[in-house]
Design a protein around this ligand. Structure first.
Ligand code: SME
Length: 150
């Protein structure tokens, strides 16, 4: 079920952004198409490495309720993905200490690093309003979409 939706949305995203070089346009399109494909995607968007403060992420294009503006490297799930440069999956965000609560309705989370020219430039953050929403299928497809899009 999930796999089928990912197959469809992946094609839709890659077709829509084909030839587009602007990073903001790509991030906005990816956030929108992912959010509307899955009803458990409560918050979906990007935190971008701030060129003026390279140890910090700053909020980028997203869909959902208000997100916090800045996340230092190592802080929260996004900051951990930024530091470790690896996808993070959290089954229950309220069960871990290193989580930043932007919205109490968020229950589980996946964060995927975004690389461009071999360097991390952002993370894709997806929050669900249900616990344990994300698994290896989400990881595989979100990583594929991000790697092919940037
Ligand atoms: N929960 C994230 C912060 C971003 S918001 O969920 C939109 C974190 O712990 O990094």
């Amino acid at each position: 079920m999930k796999t089928k939706v990912y197959e469809t949305v992946k094609k839709q995203i890659l077709a829509t952004i084909e030839g587009e070089t602007n990073i903001t346009a790509k991030m906005a399109t990816i956030s929108c198409l992912l959010k509307q494909s899955f009803d458990y995607f409560y918050w979906c968007g990007f935190y971008v490495v701030d060129p003026l403060k390279p140890e910090e992420l700053v909020v980028g294009p997203y869909q959902g309720t208000m997100g916090c503006l800045r996340i230092p490297k190592g802080k929260g799930v996004c900051g951990t993905a930024f530091l470790e440069q690896e996808t993070q999956i959290v089954e229950d965000v309220h069960a871990i200490e290193n989580h930043i609560t932007c919205d109490v309705n968020s229950q589980s989370e996946i964060v995927v690093p975004v690389f461009f020219d071999g360097k991390i430039i952002a993370v894709l953050d997806v929050d669900s309003d249900k616990v344990n929403s994300f698994d290896d299928i989400d990881k595989k497809y979100l990583e594929e979409i991000i790697n092919e899009a940037f």
